[in-house]
Design a protein around this ligand. Structure first.
Ligand code: SAM
Length: 314
C-alpha cells in the first residue's frame, strides 16, 4: 500500500503546520479565559522544524499551510517560510488573523508564500472587538486587499455566531462581490471552550443558506476537489461563498490532512488527542511513524474535544 494512503483509502497530501500556540487576539471561542502560552524554548526551532517538514514532503505531502496560534507573532516566521519555500510544494499557504500581515506581505511573497486565508469574524468594529478582543478590522481588510493586489490567492474565513455576527452574512457577500475575494463561513466547532460553553451560538450552514435564498440570493453550486473542507457557491453578482460545515456535514471521508503542532506532535485529526512526537525521531523512522499515526485517523467525525485549537493548530 502506498505510504500516504490510510487504511480507509484516504490519500494524505496536506500538512497544517503550527508555528506557535500564541496569539495577540483573545477570541472567546478559541482560547480559554486566561490563556497560558508555551514558552518559546518549547517550540521547534527552524533548524528542527524544517528537516521534519522536508522529510514529510519527501514522503509525499505536497501542500503546507502554516497556522497557529497566530503564525505572524512567531519571531522566526520569515526564516521558516523561506525554508518551506525551497521545498517542492504544490502549495504553500498561511492562515492568519492578518493584523500584522500587511507589512510582511512583500517578504512573504519573496519567500514563496502564495496563499493566505484570513480570519475575520466581523466587519464591524464593535462586534469584532466582542468576538476577538481586538480592534481595527479595517487593518485586516487592508491587508486582504493588498495581498490580493500583489497576486496572493486570498480567502476570508468567518465563523458565524447566532445573535452576534449572523446579520453580517449579506455584507460579507457584497464584500466578496466588490473585491473578488471569496468568503467562507465556518460552523462553530465543538473544540476547547466552544465545546461546552457556547453551543447556543451555533448556526448550521443549512440555516444560513436557506436564509440567503429566502432573501433572494441566487446560489449556484461550484464544483470542488474531493478533499475540500468547504462547499462553495457563486452568487449572481459573482461572489464566491463557501461553507465549512464541520459539525453538520463533516468531510472526514475525504480528509487529506495531517497536523504538526509547534512542539512537533504529529496528529491525523484536529479532533484527536492521539498522535506521535516527531522530536528526536531519526528521519528514516518517519515512514513507520506516519503509518502508525494514519492508522489511527478516525473514519467518522469525533463529537468533540477538550483540547485547544490554538495548541493543535487551527
Ligand atoms: N490565528 C490564525 C487565524 O486567526 O486564522 C490561525 C489559527 S486560528 C485557530 C484558525 C481558524 O480557526 C480561525 O479562522 C478561527 O476562527 C478558527 N477557529 C478557532 N476555534 C474554532 C472553533 N471552535 N470553531 C470553528 N472555527 C474555529
Amino acid at each position: 500500500m502506498p505510504l500516504l494512503l490510510d487504511p480507509a483509502g484516504r490519500r494524505m497530501r496536506k500538512l497544517r503546520l503550527s508555528l506557535t500556540d500564541a496569539c495577540q487576539l483573545r477570541c472567546f471561542y478559541c482560547l480559554p479565559h486566561t490563556p497560558r502560552f508555551l514558552p518559546h524554548r518549547d517550540l521547534l526551532t527552524p533548524a528542527e522544524l524544517l528537516p521534519m517538514v522536508g522529510r514529510l514532503v519527501e514522503l509525499g505531502l505536497d501542500q503546507v499551510r502554516i497556522t497557529g496560534g497566530e503564525p505572524t507573532v512567531r519571531p522566526e516566521l520569515l526564516d521558516i517560510v523561506r525554508g518551506l519555500g525551497r521545498l517542492p510544494l504544490e502549495r504553500l499557504g498561511m492562515t492568519t488573523n492578518a493584523l500584522r500581515l500587511e507589512a510582511l506581505l512583500p517578504a512573504l511573497w519573496r519567500a514563496g508564500l502564495r496563499n493566505v486565508n484570513i480570519s475575520l469574524d466581523s466587519l464591524r468594529e464593535e462586534v469584532y472587538a466582542r468576538i476577538t478582543g481586538g480592534r481595527r478590522p479595517e487593518d485586516v481588510l487592508r491587508a486582504a486587499l493588498k495581498a490580493r493586489d500583489m497576486g496572493f490567492e486570498v480567502k476570508l474565513n468567518t465563523v458565524l455566531f447566532r445573535g452576534l455576527n449572523q446579520d453580517e452574512v449579506v455584507d460579507f457577500l457584497r464584500f466578496s462581490e466588490r473585491e473578488a475575494i471569496p468568503v467562507r463561513f465556518l460552523e462553530l466547532m465543538r473544540i476547547g471552550p466552544a465545546h461546552r460553553e457556547q453551543r447556543s451560538l451555533f448556526i448550521a450552514a443549512s440555516e444560513v443558506i436557506e436564509a440567503l435564498r429566502h432573501a433572494g440570493e441566487t446560489l449556484r453550486p461550484l464544483p470542488g476537489p474531493p478533499d475540500a473542507t468547504a462547499f462553495e457557491y457563486a452568487t449572481a453578482a459573482g461572489a464566491r461563498v463557501g461553507f465549512i460545515a464541520s459539525e453538520s456535514q463533516p468531510f472526514c471521508a475525504g480528509c487529506s490532512r495531517l497536523r504538526l503542532s509547534a512542539t512537533g506532535f504529529l496528529r491525523a485529526c484536529l479532533m484527536q488527542e492521539d498522535g506521535l512526537a516527531l522530536g528526536g525521531l531519526p528521519l528514516e523512522d518517519y515512514p513507520a511513524a506516519l503509518r502508525s499515526v494514519m492508522a489511527r485517523k478516525p473514519l467518522d467525525r469525533l463529537p468533540h474535544t477538550e483540547q485547544l485549537m490554538n495548541r493543535i493548530g487551527g
